[in-house]
Design a protein around this ligand. Structure first.
Ligand SMILES: NC(=O)c1ccc[n+]([C@@H]2O[C@H](COP(=O)([O-])OP(=O)(O)OC[C@H]3O[C@@H](n4cnc5c(N)ncnc54)[C@H](O)[C@@H]3O)[C@@H](O)[C@H]2O)c1
Length: 340
């Protein structure tokens, strides 16, 4: 038998390889969306292994999801994202999400790399949000609300300030006030030119916001339709976080990947589809179609746009592949003998 090695990249290696470099991650994510529209990917459905007896239990008892895929183009890599979510981990001082990415050679199908993808996962979700903000928010956006002061809230902020540098006021809402407070203090130090305000009620922030991002564990809506101002972008990045009326009020419904959203069946627009209130043809387009110009992005400063993303594993594969190739070039990481 031939010898086969695997490159192991831990969190430190991945960081040094630029897994968190937001402009590069935005580029990877855009390429993954474009390759999807060009039919140069394989994206089987996400396999969800949840604890408990109902979907609601997932947000307390947790889950581990498997997200396999293949990405063509310059990436030409297969693999899987294996993501654990322990909602109560914060009580042990651990992050909620932990991600392992395995890359497989698309020719031999053998594993070539095992990498920590925890940072990649947070950054690529921020980057997806960033792509949506670039295409769908008003160019002159100044005020933003972030609902959910967790790991994803932080990368949504980073992406927002990358693509919309004119943002100068950010409201932060979290069900745990101490989390919003910590987020605000941290962000003030990181972005001194932006004003950060913690609020105890999203009603005090959303009506003023050009962009509202929801990245919470909520499974009851926290954003109401009559708060949405003309020209705003409402981003539903997790589950049932905004009311059906918010979606009805929007003149465009844009998604990352409609099949994946229907398969996952947790976000507002997916539930509306299940209830027969939204049809496939009501979806304006997927981000890749907007990037290719085959479907419209924002067309004027008045329209309210709803965006929903649930994410696909190929985004993580794109970022991890870039880091893996760089690791090979620089001789970074730890080589493990898989088959001696
Ligand atoms: N769309 C995607 O591609 C994608 C990718 C990764 C994660 N997510 C989702 O994003 C969400 C946040 O992930 P995270 O890693 O930041 O988690 P996290 O645990 O780090 O942060 C979540 C925050 O939401 C807050 N929260 C919980 N319930 C709330 C409520 N009802 N109202 C307001 N705030 C509430 C929590 O207190 C916490 O601070 C999760 O639901 C996750 O599944 C989406």
């Amino acid at each position: 038998m031939s010898k086969v090695d695997i490159l192991f990249l831990n969190n430190k290696d991945m960081e040094e390889l630029g897994c968190g470099d937001m402009p590069s991650v935005i580029h990877d994510v855009e390429r993954a969306y474009i390759l999807t529209e060009q039919g140069d990917v394989l994206v089987p459905g996400k396999c969800v292994m949840r604890w408990g007896s109902s979907p609601e239990d997932e947000n307390t008892l947790g889950r581990i999801n498997a997200m396999p895929g293949y990405l063509g183009g310059e990436y030409n890599m297969a693999g899987i994202k294996w993501i654990g979510s322990g909602p109560m981990n914060y009580k042990k001082g651990l992050p909620r999400a932990s991600v392992t990415v395995i890359l497989n050679d698309p020719d031999t199908k053998l594993p070539v790399c095992v990498a920590d993808g925890t940072e990649v996962s947070a950054k690529r979700t921020g980057a997806s949000g960033g792509v949506a903000m670039k295409l769908l928010s008003r160019q002159d956006s100044k005020v933003m609300t972030i609902c959910g002061a967790g790991a994803q809230g932080r990368t949504q902020l980073e992406a927002a300030l990358t693509v919309r540098p004119g943002i100068n006021k950010v409201y932060v809402y979290d069900i745990r006030p101490e989390s919003s407070q910590r987020f605000v203090e941290e962000s003030k130090a990181k972005y001194p030119n932006v004003e950060f305000i913690a609020v105890d009620d999203p009603a005090k922030a959303v009506p003023e916001s050009d962009i509202t991002v929801c990245v919470t564990l909520a499974n009851e809506p926290i954003v109401q339709a009559d708060w949405l101002k003309k020209g705003c972008l409402l981003m539903n990045m997790a589950d049932y976080e905004v009311t059906y009326d918010c979606v009805k009020k929007a003149s465009k419904i844009v998604v990352d990947n409609w099949d994946t959203i229907k398969h996952r069946m947790i976000s507002t627009v997916a539930l509306m589809w299940k209830d027969g209130l939204i049809k496939d043809e009501d979806i304006t387009g997927q981000l890749g179609q907007l990037l290719l110009g085959t479907k419209p992005s924002r067309e004027n400063d008045d329209e309210i746009i709803y965006f929903n993303a649930v994410g696909t594993g190929i985004l993580d594969l794109a970022v991890t592949t870039r880091c893996y190739r760089k690791a090979l070039e620089l001789g970074k990481g730890t080589t493990l003998h898989y088959w001696e």
